[in-house]
Design a binder for this molecule. Structure first.
Ligand code: ACO
Length: 341
């Protein structure tokens, strides 16, 4: 008989090395687009959008404001809070589905803007789960003693991937960036565990088919809007609730904690109804969840990163609090982190 997989042992209070978030930052573009503004673009209503999603407005980047620019602004805020200079950063990870270009990586563009000349740089492609995937990669590099200081960014200019004639998707998304500085802090509180999962069988329910080698950029493909986000909303909704719940339970089990131990839960900010469904199944009151999606919509890899920074700066987490981050996204991908703040 095969033995059931055992949860990994908790990394709590690792004696020699542990990974702490020593600074967070975020940036959202100035331009606010309200639901009323979208009523002028597609057949929709503020009432429909608010009741189905909870979203009231989103930020849209300027034409000459790129994913790297937003990421660099969030990074600068995180560096300022951490009190570190750019030359101290060993690695820059940018999680994004809307990179400045296919290559070079957006991380390299960020490196140039902030002047982090000692860093290695690469991007993470895990859709909305990218920020937590990057947190886990950062943690592994720090625990293995390869690097001491890692800059993790989630940044998106989704407004360039949205089909602004498709009411099923255009009301959901927005632009923005969040960042965190992760560092070895001996014996300190920090990231206790991160769990990641994926299921490629669901790759067709949330995707942007055009722009890669399968569907290259041609006049015909652009006319068919294949270079925009396609989503089976109901299927995504169902899977999102399932995988986020599984992610939450797995991370809690790996950390040796229960949901009642959590002071704050920061979920992917896609839809308030998804969050309500998870709260109910976890038997955790909604006021334990940090929610800002009414102001920003879904900013994919930036979503949890921006929320983490806002929760941090608003004093929502106290030193020693247990915080759970949960995400899901195209792929499907999902992840969760338990952090002792
Ligand atoms: N305004 C008005 N009507 C709309 C709109 C709109 N913006 N969008 C869709 N509709 C219509 C549809 O055309 C459909 O009409 P029909 O029945 O005549 O065909 C109807 O509304 C569907 O209504 P509901 O069944 O009530 O919609 P539902 O409750 O499924 O809500 C939603 C739709 C909000 C998209 C929901 O399915 C959802 O949130 N899914 C998950 C979406 C998500 O989280 N995506 C991103 C996650 S991953 C990532 O972050 C990249």
């Amino acid at each position: 008989m095969t033995k059931a997989p055992q949860p990994r042992s908790p990394r709590l209070h690792t004696p020699k090395r542990s990974v702490s978030i020593v600074g967070t930052g975020s940036y959202v573009p100035e331009r606010v687009v309200t639901n009323a503004d979208l009523e002028k673009l597609v057949e929709t209503s503020d009432e429909w959008i608010v009741t189905r999603t909870g979203i009231r407005e989103r930020r849209i980047a300027a034409a000459d404001e790129y994913t790297s620019d937003m990421g660099a602004k969030a990074a600068q805020a995180a560096m300022d809070q951490a009190g570190i200079g750019p030359e101290e950063i060993d690695l820059i990870l940018v999680a994004t589905v809307s990179p400045d270009m296919a290559f070079p990586s957006t991380a390299c563009f960020v490196q140039k803007i902030i002047g982090a000349k000692n860093a290695a740089c690469f991007d993470i492609s895990a859709a909305c789960s990218g920020f937590l995937y990057a947190i886990e990669i950062a943690q592994q590099f720090i625990m293995s003693q390869t690097y001491n200081t890692v800059l993790v960014i989630g940044s998106e200019k989704l407004s360039t991937l949205v089909d602004w004639t498709d009411r099923n998707t255009c009301v959901l998304f927005g632009d923005g960036a969040g960042a965190a500085i992760l560092r070895n802090r001996k014996g300190a509180h920090g990231v206790i565990t991160t769990y990641m999962g994926s299921d490629g069988d669901f790759s067709d329910i949330l995707l942007m088919p055009g722009g890669g080698c399968r569907v290259p950029i041609t006049k015909d493909n652009v006319e068919q809007r294949l270079n925009t986000i396609k989503m089976s909303g109901k299927e995504v909704y169902k899977q999102a609730v399932n995988v986020m719940l599984k992610a939450a339970q797995t991370a809690l089990s790996q950390a040796g904690l229960k949901s009642e131990d959590l002071a704050c839960i920061i979920p992917h900010q896609a839809n308030v109804r998804i969050i309500e469904a998870i709260a109910e199944r976890m038997n955790v009151p909604m006021d334990r969840f940090f929610i800002n999606l009414e102001r920003y919509g879904n900013t994919s890899a930036a979503s949890v990163a921006v929320a983490l920074d806002e929760a941090n700066r608003s004093g929502r987490m106290k030193i020693g609090d247990y915080v759970l981050l949960i995400v899901f996204g195209g792929g499907l991908t999902w992840a969760s982190s338990v952090i002792q703040w």
